[in-house]
Structure formats: structure tokens, C-alpha cells
Design a protein around this ligand. Structure first.
Ligand code: SF4
Ligand code: SF4
Length: 174
């Protein structure tokens, strides 16, 4: 049995519709309505006046990296290369050296992260068996006019403090 075909008559546009003026007027009414309403009262606008007003960065946010220390100040990193091996961007460079503080056999003598290549995936943090690398600095704005300054090294990584209390970080990391 053949399908029942219903033919719809095409009426075409009226003269007024062909002019488009009415639709343009309607569109402008909506646009100008929003414009003047926001001009007189911007309390309902979802706009942050950055950088004067900084956002609250939650503890789970993956910001710029840092290397952590034990309570006695010794470096937690044991230069196991797990972070470097797991990094999908291949942007971590570690050079291991002999260690004499009794913590382990090795520690990094060179530890570099190329922030221009990093995709902030957090795999390095996940892979680390020592909780030696974290992305809890709260630094979300990484920019520079100089490429070299975005290649951060061991000292810079060790000097950057964490942005959260340990308890808040541990709660956020779960
Ligand atoms: S966040 Fe990801 S891309 Fe960046 S250094 Fe860590 S593993 Fe590599
Ligand atoms: S940061 Fe962690 S994973 Fe990377 S080399 Fe050091 S101990 Fe190993």
C-alpha cells in the first residue's frame, strides 16, 4: 500500500515579511531592552571584574606545579621518573643525583617542567608514589612574553608554596 502523501500549499512570504523591517525591529527591541536594563542595574550580570576580583580556586583545581618537602625540609622527590614516564606531553625532564640525607638513594639534581607543553592533566601527580609533586599552588594564570621563563626548574618548583591547608587539600583530592 502506497504512503498517503499530504501536499502542503506554500503560501510564500507576505510583503511585510519580505521587508524584514518588523523582524529587525523586534530583534532590536530585545537587544536594546537588555542593553538598557544592564546599563541601569548590573547586579544581575554574571561578570567577574578580573583581575581586580580574583576567582576562588577550589583545592581540586589543577594549577601550576610544585615539589613538596618532608617536615624536616628534605625533598620528597626520589627521582623515580614515574611522573616523567607518565607525562603524555613529555614535558618533564629529570636528572637524578646521589642522595646523602638518608632519605633514599636518589634525588633530583635537575627537574624541569615546560609549562608551554603541559596540558595540566595531573597524571604526574597521580603517578607519583611519594606525593612529591602537586598542582595545588592555586596559580591558574601562566603567561609570559618570554618562553624561557615558562620552563620552570627545581628551585622554583620547591619554592612555590601550596595554596591550601593540608586538611583542605586532602579532602579536595579525594
Ligand atoms: S600535568 Fe600532565 S602534561 Fe603537565 S607535567 Fe603533569 S603529566 Fe605532564
Ligand atoms: S616527583 Fe614523584 S614521580 Fe616524579 S620523580 Fe619525583 S618521586 Fe618520582
Amino acid at each position: 500500500m502506497g504512503a498517503k502523501v499530504r501536499v502542503i500549499e506554500r503560501k510564500g512570504r507576505t510583503f511585510l515579511e519580505q521587508l524584514y523591517l518588523l523582524e529587525v525591529f523586534k530583534g532590536m527591541t530585545v537587544t536594546l531592552g537588555h542593553f538598557f536594563r544592564n546599563l541601569l542595574d548590573n547586579s544581575r550580570l554574571y561578570v567577574r571584574h578580573y583581575p581586580e576580583v580574583q576567582p576562588d580556586i577550589p583545592a581540586r583545581w589543577r594549577g601550576r606545579h610544585r615539589l613538596t618537602r618532608h617536615q624536616d625540609g628534605t625533598v620528597k622527590c626520589v627521582a623515580c621518573f614515574m611522573c616523567q614516564t607518565n607525562c603524555p606531553s613529555n614535558c618533564i625532564r629529570i636528572e637524578a643525583g646521589e642522595r646523602f640525607d638518608g632519605r633514599s638513594e636518589k634525588m633530583p639534581v635537575r627537574f624541569e617542567i615546560d609549562l608551554l607543553e603541559c596540558i595540566y592533566c595531573g597524571y604526574c601527580v597521580e603517578a607519583c608514589p611519594m606525593d612529591a609533586i602537586r598542582m595545588d599552588t592555586g596559580i591558574f594564570s601562566v603567561n609570559s612574553n618570554d618562553r624561557q621563563s615558562l620552563l620552570i626548574g627545581l628551585e622554583q618548583l620547591l619554592e612555590t608554596p601550596g595554596a591550601y591547608d593540608e586538611e583542605i587539600y586532602q579532602k579536595g583530592a579525594r
